[in-house]
Design a protein around this ligand. Sequence first.
Ligand SMILES: Cc1cc2nc3c(=O)[nH]c(=O)nc-3n(C[C@H](O)[C@H](O)[C@H](O)COP(=O)(O)O)c2cc1C
Length: 178
Amino acid sequence: MTQIAVFVGSLSSSSINREFAQKLEALLPEGVTFQYANLDLPLFSVDTEANYPEEATANKQLVESSDGVLFVTPEYNRSIPGVLKNAIDWASRPWGANSFDGKPAATAGVSISPLGTTMSQQHLKNVLNYLNTKLLGQPELYLNQAALYGEDGEFKAETREFLESFLATFVAHIEANR
Ligand SMILES: Cc1cc2nc3c(=O)[nH]c(=O)nc-3n(C[C@H](O)[C@H](O)[C@H](O)COP(=O)(O)O)c2cc1C
């Protein structure tokens, strides 16, 4: 079994990124599962670090027990949404106990703009490199919401094929970097 921890960078009840992650889940190869992190966390402060919130500890445990981490994030003002950066900050602490250290990781994102979260993911990659994840370089997954789905609400055939190949590449990357 291969477990992938998924951080969806949105708390919106109608998040197009959560919807995408859930549809992506249906395309996972056999034996691979998604487990979602909870990003509804207090704001990080070193003042509360000595007394970790339960949800932040649960995210650390999720990352540590997973074989890889997938970030599916919107772009906010050409960068990473605060809720995602906050969740990453929590899981990177306390100093010396960075849960992302050495973890195979990949990024993806859906936007209502044609740029498809390029800037958000670029900033995210900067953070993930610093945190010493083993980051997948290609393929990149910058997605425009309007181009993703057909009239039936499911992935268009060519999109589905591309997403299946992304997942297969990411799983191979996880296997190669365990
Ligand atoms: C505060 C804020 C900033 C945004 N900034 C960007 C942006 O820089 N680039 C972009 O493509 N979309 C931007 N958007 C639009 C998002 O793509 C859109 O709201 C999307 O639905 C967010 O993803 P979600 O539905 O998964 O939460 C922004 C939205 C908000 C609320």
